[in-house]
Ligand binder design. Structure first.
Ligand code: URA
Length: 431
């Protein structure tokens, strides 16, 4: 059958800063997904979009076309409203782990489709896979079963969900076209809308450890995503949050699971607890759920922990199993007394990755025990000789490259200089 358009016409239209029409967008996404548009043609179009942008109609149509490339899940069999959270990713961002069971304990149903880490930010699935027996790959029926039983499921998106995004994302990764707001927004929102959640809270990170280090760009991305979700009938809100320093005190798979369990047990670092509670309250409110209990109480009284244990067990994991520990560790000490004034999140993320916690190519295995434990955060006083961070890895030759990344990333000042941190929440964006 003859094709409706020639890819080259669509590429030249965007190259010359023209708007793409709805039929052009529908065709190019469909034709690329079925292999009728070549990778080199789509690469050229993606670069033209990165350079020349898309207006809100084009972004919305592009997102719809990506949703239509695959299945759309639906959860009408559930008695509770569905609500999800998506983070644009950051260092030590383990919030999904305590948050999903917490919201379940308070009365929501959280169908969380997550990804694996690539580069300096960790992936939720890699973290959970450090729990012995836990399975990320669930069928749609298994997902529904876990959701019905405990109110939260965290698993991998199946091949049927937004297949256009899977191809496009892999291509963007190797053509320097990831960093375009229309492409990021459509990629994230096509998957979240296809996932079938009725409400969604977006955690858009900003600061040097985030995708969008510039707060103005993070705000713009948040606005575009809120508009896309709202147009699709999903009650969507966004918080722009800090990623100038790592969240919590750990970066690395099993290390972050351990910290999440501390939060579920009523303890854990203050920033992780605070952000978890803020996001839980937003999720419950956006979904119109009258909470069964206050989220802070659910962390203290064991209800969130019960949901976590049930969710892990239903996905084949043993919530009582010991978590993996790396074979080697190295402690790094402060060389002078003073205040910790800065801690570069990006450098910490790269160091955790170099220790073996992350991957540089799709499909690589990650080390469950690798990563960094932080013992002093910006704003805290340290003494010369005090351990400020501990590196963990199974392969000691990795220490050197990790230390190179961390060189000058933790700064201690004895001159009265103060830590200058972003506020945890910079802004809230609603439709
Ligand atoms: N996460 C996604 O799913 N897509 C992007 O484009 C960026 C982050």
């Amino acid at each position: 059958m003859a094709e409706l358009f020639a890819a080259v016409e669509i590429i030249s239209a965007k190259r010359d800063r023209n708007e793409l029409t709805d039929p052009q967008i529908d065709w190019v996404i469909d034709a690329y997904t079925r292999g009728a548009v070549a990778d080199e043609q789509m690469s050229a179009l993606l670069m033209a979009i990165l350079l020349n942008g898309m207006n809100s109609r084009e972004i919305s149509r592009w997102t719809d076309a990506m949703i239509k490339s695959g299945e759309r899940m639906e959860w009408s069999a559930l008695s509770r409203p569905t609500v999800d959270k998506h983070s644009t990713g950051g260092v030590g961002d383990k919030i999904t782990l305590p948050l999903a069971p917490l919201v379940a304990a308070c009365g929501g149903a959280v169908p969380q489709l997550s990804g694996r880490g690539l580069g300096h930010t960790g992936g939720t699935l890699d973290k959970l896979e450090s729990i012995p027996g836990w399975r990320a790959a669930l069928s749609n029926d298994e997902m529904l079963h876990v959701l019905k039983e405990c109110g939260a499921v965290i698993c991998a998106a199946g091949a049927g969900l937004a297949p256009a995004d899977k191809k496009l994302y892999a291509l963007r990764d190797v053509t320097a076209t990831v960093e375009a707001i229309p492409l990021i927004a459509s990629s994230i929102m096509s998957k979240k809308i296809a996932e079938g959640t009725s409400a969604l809270i977006l955690d858009v990170k900003t600061g040097n450890g985030a995708f969008m280090s510039d707060p103005a760009k993070a705000r713009e991305l948040a606005k575009v995503m809120v508009e896309l979700g709202t147009r699709a009938g999903v009650k969507t809100r966004a918080l722009v949050t800090a990623m100038d320093v790592p969240l919590g005190l750990t970066a690395g798979n099993a290390l972050e699971v351990r910290e999440s369990i501390e939060v579920l047990a009523g303890g854990g670092p203050a920033d992780v607890v605070k952000l978890t509670l803020i996001l839980a309250r937003e999720m419950l409110d956006a979904a119109g759920i009258k909470p069964l209990m206050d989220p802070a109480d659910a962390l203290k009284n064991g209800a969130a922990m019960d949901s976590w244990r049930q969710m892990i067990s239903l996905q084949g994991g043993d919530p009582d199993a010991a978590l993996p520990i790396a074979k080697e560790k190295m402690e790094v000490k402060a060389t002078q007394d003073g205040e910790m004034i800065s801690m570069d999140a990006m450098k910490v993320g790269v160091a955790a990755w170099r220790l073996g916690a992350g991957r540089s190519r799709q499909g690589e295995t990650v080390q469950a025990g690798a990563g960094i434990e932080i013992h002093a955060k910006p704003g805290e006083q340290v003494k010369a000789g005090q351990i400020i961070y501990t590196l963990h890895t199974d392969e000691s030759p990795r220490f050197e490259r990790a230390l190179e990344s961390l060189d000058n990333s933790f700064k201690v000042s004895s001159t009265g200089e103060k830590a200058d941190r972003l506020p945890l929440i910079l802004e809230k964006i609603e439709a």
